[in-house]
Design a protein around this ligand. Sequence first.
Ligand SMILES: [Zn+2]
Length: 278
Amino acid sequence: MKKIPEASFAIIGGSSTFSIDFPEEVGVSGIEIINSNLAFETPFGESPRFKLFTILDNQNGKKRVLTCKMHGWRPKMDRGEASSGVFWVLKEAGVKKIIAEGGVGSINHLLNPRDIIIPTDFIDFTGRKGLTVVGEYLLIMRQPICPQVHAALLSSVQKYHLGRVFEGGIYLVTEGPRFESRAEVSMMRQFGADIVGQSLSPEVYLARDIGACYAGVYMVVNYAEGIVKDWEHDELKDIFHKESKKIGQIVLEALINITDSQEKCGCMEFRKPTLLKD
Ligand SMILES: [Zn+2]
């Protein structure tokens, strides 16, 4: 087991970059891999494998970044525990800004496969309540998504994505790993959700718990059941493999353009000392 290195930034990889070697295979210049095989012992079990890399920013400074994949490792481990382990590592590293990506199903009828959404709010249907890493704060979800990271992702999407982008929306998070039934999707629509997936919670509130800002970019990979038309597995596979590098570019470009400062975004004003302690 190794000592956790310092890093101010993190990228949590989802299904979009799963099929590529991230970040090397994206083809963005100014990246140097420091260590691609880091695993750590955490209070929540052994962490997944992290990579530590640096990326040149606009002022020729170097940002230190930790990245890991949230999908496809140790299938027997509970997803909530896995996330807690990841965020414990990010806390120890001193991470201040986190970018996530993933694929989602569309619930809103206006969305099509390959549309990109940068959600601003969420509904948690995972049933995983009470997960914490630090556990000493009241986590206020008035502004769950960091406006600074959100803005950087939006301009990055506008640069690399020729299709449609939606700069808001509600992400409904399910436990998974199965997809949703038609009746469930119908209920989710009535709840006001635009997209459904398995990767925004608990990450969004664990980020706040460890004092980091969080935002994610998500590509629609299929219609949810009962929405528009039955989705096709071939198209899902096609998006999964063909859009990976673009999503990788979007994430890395946003990373180049953000700073680790939390003075202006205001996210940490929504983390208060808990009143429920002796
Ligand atoms: Zn923020």
